[in-house]
Design a protein around this ligand. Structure first.
Ligand SMILES: CC(=O)SCCNC(=O)CCNC(=O)[C@H](O)C(C)(C)COP(=O)(O)OP(=O)(O)OC[C@H]1O[C@@H](n2cnc3c(N)ncnc32)[C@H](O)[C@@H]1OP(=O)(O)O
Ligand SMILES: O=C([O-])CC(=O)C(=O)O
Length: 371
Protein backbone atom coordinates (compact mmCIF):
# COMPACT_ATOMS: atom_id res chain seq x y z
CA UNK A 1 0.00 0.00 0.00
CA UNK A 2 1.33 3.48 -0.87
CA UNK A 3 0.99 5.87 2.06
CA UNK A 4 0.40 9.59 1.53
CA UNK A 5 1.62 11.21 4.73
CA UNK A 6 -0.94 13.58 6.18
CA UNK A 7 -3.30 12.60 3.31
CA UNK A 8 -1.65 15.38 1.25
CA UNK A 9 -3.39 15.88 -2.07
CA UNK A 10 -5.93 13.10 -1.43
CA UNK A 11 -9.47 13.93 -2.60
CA UNK A 12 -11.62 12.48 0.19
CA UNK A 13 -15.08 13.77 -0.73
CA UNK A 14 -17.08 15.91 -3.11
CA UNK A 15 -18.42 19.16 -1.67
CA UNK A 16 -20.27 22.18 -3.01
CA UNK A 17 -19.51 24.49 -0.10
CA UNK A 18 -16.08 26.06 -0.62
CA UNK A 19 -13.29 25.63 -3.11
CA UNK A 20 -9.58 26.41 -3.34
CA UNK A 21 -8.60 26.57 -6.99
CA UNK A 22 -5.27 28.04 -8.13
CA UNK A 23 -4.78 29.68 -4.73
CA UNK A 24 -8.21 31.39 -4.90
CA UNK A 25 -10.81 30.71 -2.24
CA UNK A 26 -14.55 30.81 -2.94
CA UNK A 27 -17.61 30.07 -0.87
CA UNK A 28 -20.24 28.46 -3.13
CA UNK A 29 -18.56 30.08 -6.12
CA UNK A 30 -18.33 33.61 -4.61
CA UNK A 31 -14.75 34.85 -4.40
CA UNK A 32 -13.57 35.49 -0.86
CA UNK A 33 -12.35 38.98 -1.84
CA UNK A 34 -15.86 39.99 -2.88
CA UNK A 35 -17.45 38.50 0.24
CA UNK A 36 -14.85 40.08 2.54
CA UNK A 37 -15.57 43.53 1.12
CA UNK A 38 -19.35 43.26 0.90
CA UNK A 39 -20.90 40.63 3.13
CA UNK A 40 -22.15 40.43 6.64
CA UNK A 41 -21.14 37.27 8.49
CA UNK A 42 -24.83 36.29 8.75
CA UNK A 43 -25.08 36.44 4.94
CA UNK A 44 -22.12 34.08 4.68
CA UNK A 45 -23.73 31.70 7.18
CA UNK A 46 -26.85 31.60 5.01
CA UNK A 47 -24.72 31.08 1.90
CA UNK A 48 -22.81 28.17 3.40
CA UNK A 49 -25.88 26.44 4.80
CA UNK A 50 -28.16 26.96 1.78
CA UNK A 51 -25.58 27.22 -0.97
CA UNK A 52 -27.11 30.42 -2.32
CA UNK A 53 -27.24 34.03 -1.17
CA UNK A 54 -30.30 35.05 0.86
CA UNK A 55 -32.96 37.53 -0.11
CA UNK A 56 -33.25 40.47 2.30
CA UNK A 57 -36.23 38.81 4.01
CA UNK A 58 -34.36 35.51 4.38
CA UNK A 59 -31.34 37.30 5.81
CA UNK A 60 -33.49 39.15 8.33
CA UNK A 61 -35.14 35.89 9.30
CA UNK A 62 -31.77 34.22 9.90
CA UNK A 63 -30.58 37.20 11.97
CA UNK A 64 -33.75 36.94 14.06
CA UNK A 65 -33.34 33.18 14.51
CA UNK A 66 -29.71 33.59 15.59
CA UNK A 67 -30.69 36.31 18.06
CA UNK A 68 -33.55 34.16 19.41
CA UNK A 69 -31.21 31.23 20.02
CA UNK A 70 -28.27 33.06 21.59
CA UNK A 71 -29.11 32.60 25.28
CA UNK A 72 -27.53 29.67 27.14
CA UNK A 73 -29.63 27.20 29.14
CA UNK A 74 -29.49 28.39 32.80
CA UNK A 75 -28.07 25.10 34.19
CA UNK A 76 -25.30 25.20 31.62
CA UNK A 77 -24.27 28.66 32.77
CA UNK A 78 -24.13 27.30 36.31
CA UNK A 79 -21.88 24.45 35.17
CA UNK A 80 -19.64 26.93 33.37
CA UNK A 81 -19.20 28.84 36.66
CA UNK A 82 -17.99 25.63 38.34
CA UNK A 83 -15.12 25.13 35.89
CA UNK A 84 -11.52 26.03 36.91
CA UNK A 85 -11.89 29.23 34.89
CA UNK A 86 -8.46 30.71 35.50
CA UNK A 87 -6.58 27.53 35.02
CA UNK A 88 -7.84 26.20 31.73
CA UNK A 89 -7.53 27.00 28.07
CA UNK A 90 -10.71 28.58 26.67
CA UNK A 91 -10.70 26.03 23.82
CA UNK A 92 -10.97 23.23 26.40
CA UNK A 93 -13.89 25.08 27.98
CA UNK A 94 -15.56 25.63 24.61
CA UNK A 95 -15.09 21.98 23.64
CA UNK A 96 -16.63 20.85 26.94
CA UNK A 97 -19.52 23.31 27.00
CA UNK A 98 -20.49 22.56 23.41
CA UNK A 99 -20.60 18.90 24.37
CA UNK A 100 -22.81 19.83 27.33
CA UNK A 101 -25.13 21.78 25.01
CA UNK A 102 -25.89 18.41 23.42
CA UNK A 103 -26.77 17.05 26.86
CA UNK A 104 -29.32 19.85 27.36
CA UNK A 105 -30.84 19.49 23.87
CA UNK A 106 -33.64 16.93 23.98
CA UNK A 107 -33.49 16.73 20.17
CA UNK A 108 -29.74 16.03 20.08
CA UNK A 109 -30.21 12.57 18.57
CA UNK A 110 -33.07 13.35 16.16
CA UNK A 111 -31.47 13.02 12.78
CA UNK A 112 -34.05 14.53 10.40
CA UNK A 113 -33.08 17.50 8.26
CA UNK A 114 -35.16 20.13 10.00
CA UNK A 115 -34.06 19.04 13.47
CA UNK A 116 -30.43 19.16 12.37
CA UNK A 117 -30.95 22.65 10.93
CA UNK A 118 -32.37 23.80 14.28
CA UNK A 119 -29.31 22.39 16.03
CA UNK A 120 -27.10 24.25 13.59
CA UNK A 121 -28.89 27.49 14.49
CA UNK A 122 -28.53 26.80 18.21
CA UNK A 123 -24.81 26.08 17.95
CA UNK A 124 -24.04 29.05 15.71
CA UNK A 125 -25.99 31.35 18.02
CA UNK A 126 -24.74 30.03 21.36
CA UNK A 127 -21.01 29.60 20.75
CA UNK A 128 -20.34 33.38 20.93
CA UNK A 129 -22.32 33.50 24.17
CA UNK A 130 -20.23 30.67 25.64
CA UNK A 131 -16.92 32.31 24.70
CA UNK A 132 -17.88 35.74 26.01
CA UNK A 133 -19.54 34.41 29.20
CA UNK A 134 -16.37 32.43 29.96
CA UNK A 135 -14.19 35.46 29.33
CA UNK A 136 -16.20 37.62 31.74
CA UNK A 137 -16.63 34.97 34.43
CA UNK A 138 -12.90 34.38 34.72
CA UNK A 139 -12.45 38.11 35.32
CA UNK A 140 -15.04 38.00 38.09
CA UNK A 141 -17.60 39.80 35.91
CA UNK A 142 -21.19 38.79 35.19
CA UNK A 143 -21.92 37.46 31.70
CA UNK A 144 -23.78 39.90 29.49
CA UNK A 145 -26.98 38.73 27.84
CA UNK A 146 -26.98 38.84 24.03
CA UNK A 147 -28.79 41.74 22.38
CA UNK A 148 -31.28 41.15 19.58
CA UNK A 149 -30.77 44.49 17.88
CA UNK A 150 -27.05 44.07 17.16
CA UNK A 151 -25.35 42.27 14.29
CA UNK A 152 -23.58 38.96 15.01
CA UNK A 153 -20.18 40.69 15.01
CA UNK A 154 -21.30 43.66 17.14
CA UNK A 155 -23.08 41.40 19.58
CA UNK A 156 -19.94 39.33 20.18
CA UNK A 157 -17.88 42.44 21.01
CA UNK A 158 -20.73 43.81 23.13
CA UNK A 159 -21.05 40.59 25.15
CA UNK A 160 -17.28 40.60 25.66
CA UNK A 161 -16.99 44.15 27.01
CA UNK A 162 -20.49 45.29 27.97
CA UNK A 163 -20.05 48.31 25.74
CA UNK A 164 -21.47 48.91 22.30
CA UNK A 165 -18.46 48.60 19.99
CA UNK A 166 -17.32 51.32 17.60
CA UNK A 167 -18.23 50.81 13.97
CA UNK A 168 -14.58 50.36 12.91
CA UNK A 169 -14.23 47.46 15.37
CA UNK A 170 -17.48 45.88 14.17
CA UNK A 171 -16.40 46.20 10.54
CA UNK A 172 -13.02 44.60 11.20
CA UNK A 173 -14.47 41.82 13.31
CA UNK A 174 -17.20 41.08 10.78
CA UNK A 175 -14.59 40.83 8.03
CA UNK A 176 -12.44 38.48 10.13
CA UNK A 177 -15.49 36.27 10.72
CA UNK A 178 -16.27 36.21 6.98
CA UNK A 179 -12.67 35.28 6.15
CA UNK A 180 -12.54 32.39 8.65
CA UNK A 181 -15.97 30.86 7.96
CA UNK A 182 -15.04 27.92 5.76
CA UNK A 183 -12.02 26.38 4.12
CA UNK A 184 -12.74 23.21 2.20
CA UNK A 185 -11.45 20.06 3.88
CA UNK A 186 -9.17 21.55 6.55
CA UNK A 187 -8.31 19.34 9.53
CA UNK A 188 -11.18 20.40 11.81
CA UNK A 189 -13.80 20.20 9.06
CA UNK A 190 -12.54 16.78 8.06
CA UNK A 191 -12.72 15.75 11.72
CA UNK A 192 -16.34 16.91 11.90
CA UNK A 193 -17.20 14.97 8.75
CA UNK A 194 -15.47 11.80 9.93
CA UNK A 195 -17.37 12.01 13.21
CA UNK A 196 -20.86 12.49 11.77
CA UNK A 197 -20.24 9.99 8.96
CA UNK A 198 -20.73 7.34 11.66
CA UNK A 199 -24.22 8.91 11.96
CA UNK A 200 -23.26 10.44 15.25
CA UNK A 201 -25.03 13.69 16.20
CA UNK A 202 -24.28 17.33 15.32
CA UNK A 203 -22.99 18.17 18.83
CA UNK A 204 -20.48 15.32 18.66
CA UNK A 205 -19.33 16.55 15.25
CA UNK A 206 -18.78 20.12 16.48
CA UNK A 207 -17.13 18.98 19.72
CA UNK A 208 -14.64 16.89 17.71
CA UNK A 209 -13.98 19.77 15.34
CA UNK A 210 -13.22 22.16 18.21
CA UNK A 211 -10.68 19.65 19.49
CA UNK A 212 -8.96 19.58 16.09
CA UNK A 213 -8.99 23.37 15.68
CA UNK A 214 -7.28 23.82 19.06
CA UNK A 215 -3.87 22.56 17.90
CA UNK A 216 -1.14 25.08 16.98
CA UNK A 217 -0.65 23.58 13.51
CA UNK A 218 -4.26 24.61 12.78
CA UNK A 219 -6.45 27.22 14.55
CA UNK A 220 -4.20 27.46 17.60
CA UNK A 221 -1.59 29.20 15.44
CA UNK A 222 -3.18 32.66 15.85
CA UNK A 223 -2.58 32.63 19.60
CA UNK A 224 0.93 31.26 19.01
CA UNK A 225 1.66 34.16 16.62
CA UNK A 226 0.78 36.65 19.34
CA UNK A 227 3.00 34.80 21.80
CA UNK A 228 5.85 35.05 19.29
CA UNK A 229 5.29 38.79 18.69
CA UNK A 230 5.21 39.39 22.45
CA UNK A 231 8.43 37.42 22.93
CA UNK A 232 10.16 39.37 20.15
CA UNK A 233 9.14 42.65 21.73
CA UNK A 234 10.40 45.07 19.08
CA UNK A 235 11.36 45.33 15.43
CA UNK A 236 15.10 45.39 16.24
CA UNK A 237 14.87 41.92 17.78
CA UNK A 238 13.13 40.22 14.87
CA UNK A 239 16.14 39.02 12.88
CA UNK A 240 17.94 37.41 15.80
CA UNK A 241 14.73 35.72 17.01
CA UNK A 242 13.80 34.32 13.62
CA UNK A 243 17.34 33.14 12.79
CA UNK A 244 17.49 31.32 16.10
CA UNK A 245 14.17 29.59 15.37
CA UNK A 246 15.41 28.62 11.92
CA UNK A 247 18.67 27.26 13.33
CA UNK A 248 16.68 25.09 15.71
CA UNK A 249 14.43 24.08 12.80
CA UNK A 250 11.37 25.33 14.67
CA UNK A 251 8.24 26.32 12.79
CA UNK A 252 7.33 30.00 12.60
CA UNK A 253 3.68 30.24 13.51
CA UNK A 254 1.31 31.83 11.00
CA UNK A 255 3.41 30.81 7.99
CA UNK A 256 3.08 28.01 5.49
CA UNK A 257 0.05 26.10 4.31
CA UNK A 258 -0.74 22.61 3.12
CA UNK A 259 -2.75 23.77 0.08
CA UNK A 260 -1.68 27.31 -0.86
CA UNK A 261 1.63 27.64 -2.66
CA UNK A 262 1.73 31.28 -3.75
CA UNK A 263 -0.15 32.59 -0.72
CA UNK A 264 -3.30 32.56 1.37
CA UNK A 265 -5.84 34.93 -0.25
CA UNK A 266 -7.29 35.81 3.17
CA UNK A 267 -3.99 37.11 4.53
CA UNK A 268 -3.96 40.37 2.51
CA UNK A 269 -7.28 41.45 4.03
CA UNK A 270 -6.05 40.75 7.54
CA UNK A 271 -2.76 42.50 6.78
CA UNK A 272 -4.61 45.62 5.65
CA UNK A 273 -6.77 45.57 8.78
CA UNK A 274 -3.74 44.98 11.00
CA UNK A 275 -1.99 47.97 9.42
CA UNK A 276 -4.99 50.23 9.99
CA UNK A 277 -5.87 49.06 13.50
CA UNK A 278 -2.33 48.97 14.90
CA UNK A 279 -1.82 52.52 13.66
CA UNK A 280 -5.11 53.69 15.13
CA UNK A 281 -4.31 52.15 18.50
CA UNK A 282 -0.71 53.42 18.58
CA UNK A 283 0.79 49.94 18.18
CA UNK A 284 2.52 50.28 14.83
CA UNK A 285 5.57 48.48 16.24
CA UNK A 286 3.50 45.29 16.21
CA UNK A 287 2.80 45.74 12.53
CA UNK A 288 6.41 46.68 11.75
CA UNK A 289 7.59 43.50 13.50
CA UNK A 290 5.13 41.45 11.46
CA UNK A 291 6.35 43.02 8.21
CA UNK A 292 9.98 42.25 9.05
CA UNK A 293 9.08 38.63 9.88
CA UNK A 294 7.19 38.40 6.60
CA UNK A 295 10.20 39.75 4.65
CA UNK A 296 12.62 37.35 6.33
CA UNK A 297 10.47 34.28 5.87
CA UNK A 298 9.93 35.08 2.20
CA UNK A 299 13.63 35.70 1.61
CA UNK A 300 15.04 32.78 3.59
CA UNK A 301 12.37 30.07 3.30
CA UNK A 302 10.02 31.25 0.55
CA UNK A 303 7.17 31.04 3.08
CA UNK A 304 4.25 33.49 3.17
CA UNK A 305 1.68 34.29 5.89
CA UNK A 306 -1.47 32.25 6.30
CA UNK A 307 -4.80 33.43 7.75
CA UNK A 308 -3.49 33.19 11.31
CA UNK A 309 -0.53 35.58 11.02
CA UNK A 310 -2.13 39.01 10.73
CA UNK A 311 -5.38 37.99 12.47
CA UNK A 312 -3.32 37.98 15.69
CA UNK A 313 -2.54 41.72 15.45
CA UNK A 314 -6.11 42.47 14.39
CA UNK A 315 -7.61 40.77 17.48
CA UNK A 316 -4.90 42.24 19.73
CA UNK A 317 -5.75 45.73 18.45
CA UNK A 318 -9.39 45.05 19.30
CA UNK A 319 -8.19 44.45 22.89
CA UNK A 320 -9.17 40.79 22.84
CA UNK A 321 -7.36 38.45 25.25
CA UNK A 322 -4.81 36.38 23.35
CA UNK A 323 -6.16 33.00 24.42
CA UNK A 324 -9.56 33.94 22.95
CA UNK A 325 -8.14 34.18 19.42
CA UNK A 326 -8.69 30.48 18.66
CA UNK A 327 -12.18 30.37 20.23
CA UNK A 328 -13.00 33.33 17.96
CA UNK A 329 -11.83 31.24 15.02
CA UNK A 330 -14.37 28.64 16.20
CA UNK A 331 -17.12 31.31 16.51
CA UNK A 332 -16.73 31.79 12.76
CA UNK A 333 -15.67 28.33 11.57
CA UNK A 334 -18.61 26.62 13.25
CA UNK A 335 -20.64 27.95 10.31
CA UNK A 336 -18.46 25.95 7.90
CA UNK A 337 -18.39 22.86 10.13
CA UNK A 338 -22.18 22.91 10.28
CA UNK A 339 -22.48 23.31 6.51
CA UNK A 340 -20.17 20.32 6.01
CA UNK A 341 -21.99 18.23 8.63
CA UNK A 342 -25.33 18.89 6.92
CA UNK A 343 -23.77 18.07 3.54
CA UNK A 344 -22.25 14.86 4.93
CA UNK A 345 -25.66 13.71 6.23
CA UNK A 346 -27.23 14.42 2.80
CA UNK A 347 -25.13 11.77 1.08
CA UNK A 348 -23.43 9.83 3.82
CA UNK A 349 -20.94 7.02 3.67
CA UNK A 350 -18.75 5.94 6.59
CA UNK A 351 -15.24 7.43 6.30
CA UNK A 352 -12.75 4.69 7.01
CA UNK A 353 -9.35 4.68 5.31
CA UNK A 354 -6.68 2.00 5.81
CA UNK A 355 -3.32 1.99 7.60
CA UNK A 356 -0.16 0.36 6.30
CA UNK A 357 0.76 -1.81 9.29
CA UNK A 358 4.42 -1.54 10.31
CA UNK A 359 4.38 -3.34 13.68
CA UNK A 360 5.52 -6.89 14.55
CA UNK A 361 3.79 -9.90 13.02
CA UNK A 362 2.98 -13.33 14.42
CA UNK A 363 4.01 -12.25 17.93
CA UNK A 364 4.04 -15.09 20.44
CA UNK A 365 1.84 -14.43 23.46
CA UNK A 366 3.49 -15.15 26.83
CA UNK A 367 1.15 -15.20 29.86
CA UNK A 368 1.70 -12.23 32.18
CA UNK A 369 3.15 -14.26 35.09
CA UNK A 370 5.85 -15.66 32.77
CA UNK A 371 7.00 -12.29 31.36
C1 LIG B 1 -5.98 28.02 9.82
C2 LIG B 1 -4.83 27.15 9.59
O1 LIG B 1 -4.85 26.01 10.00
S1 LIG B 1 -3.56 27.77 8.68
C3 LIG B 1 -2.12 26.92 9.33
C4 LIG B 1 -1.83 27.36 10.73
N1 LIG B 1 -0.61 26.73 11.23
C5 LIG B 1 0.55 27.40 11.35
O2 LIG B 1 0.68 28.56 11.04
C6 LIG B 1 1.69 26.61 11.94
C7 LIG B 1 2.98 26.78 11.15
N2 LIG B 1 2.87 26.16 9.85
C8 LIG B 1 3.06 24.80 9.71
O3 LIG B 1 3.35 24.09 10.67
C9 LIG B 1 2.88 24.19 8.34
O4 LIG B 1 3.16 25.12 7.33
C10 LIG B 1 1.43 23.63 8.14
C11 LIG B 1 1.08 22.69 9.29
C12 LIG B 1 0.43 24.75 8.09
C13 LIG B 1 1.39 22.87 6.81
O5 LIG B 1 2.17 21.79 6.98
P1 LIG B 1 2.61 20.74 5.87
O6 LIG B 1 1.84 20.91 4.63
O7 LIG B 1 2.59 19.42 6.51
O8 LIG B 1 4.07 21.19 5.57
P2 LIG B 1 5.36 20.67 6.32
O9 LIG B 1 5.24 20.87 7.79
O10 LIG B 1 5.64 19.29 5.83
O11 LIG B 1 6.41 21.68 5.74
C14 LIG B 1 7.06 21.57 4.48
C15 LIG B 1 8.43 22.26 4.58
O12 LIG B 1 8.24 23.65 4.84
C16 LIG B 1 8.75 24.00 6.12
N3 LIG B 1 7.77 24.82 6.80
C17 LIG B 1 6.44 24.79 6.62
N4 LIG B 1 5.86 25.68 7.42
C18 LIG B 1 6.84 26.28 8.10
C19 LIG B 1 6.86 27.28 9.09
N5 LIG B 1 5.74 27.84 9.51
N6 LIG B 1 8.04 27.67 9.59
C20 LIG B 1 9.18 27.11 9.17
N7 LIG B 1 9.23 26.15 8.23
C21 LIG B 1 8.07 25.73 7.71
C22 LIG B 1 8.92 22.69 6.86
O13 LIG B 1 9.89 22.75 7.86
C23 LIG B 1 9.26 21.75 5.75
O14 LIG B 1 10.61 21.94 5.41
P3 LIG B 1 11.53 20.69 5.02
O15 LIG B 1 10.89 20.10 3.79
O16 LIG B 1 12.86 21.33 4.80
O17 LIG B 1 11.49 19.77 6.19
O1 LIG C 1 -7.19 24.55 5.18
C1 LIG C 1 -6.33 24.34 6.04
O2 LIG C 1 -5.58 23.36 6.05
C2 LIG C 1 -6.18 25.27 7.17
C3 LIG C 1 -6.81 26.60 6.96
O3 LIG C 1 -6.26 27.47 6.33
C4 LIG C 1 -8.13 26.82 7.50
O4 LIG C 1 -8.73 25.91 8.08
O5 LIG C 1 -8.67 27.95 7.36
Amino acid sequence: MAVTRGLEGIIATTSSISSIIDDSLSYVGYDIDVLAENSSFEEVVFLLWNRRLPTEAELNELKQELADNAELPAPLLEQLKLMPLNNVHPMAVLRSVVSLLGVYDKDADFMDESSNYQKALRLQAKIPTIVTAFSRLRKGLDPIAPRKDLSFAANFLYMLTGEEPESIAVEAFNKALVLHADHELNASTFTARVCVATLSDVYSGITSAIGALKGPLHGGANEAVMKMLTEIGGVDNVDAYIFKKMEKKEKIMGFGHRVYRKGDPRAKHLKEMASKLTELTGQSELYDMSIRIEELLKEKKNLVPNVDFFSASVYHSLEIDHDLFTPIFAVSRVSGWLAHILEQYENNRLIRPRADYTGPERAVYIPVHER
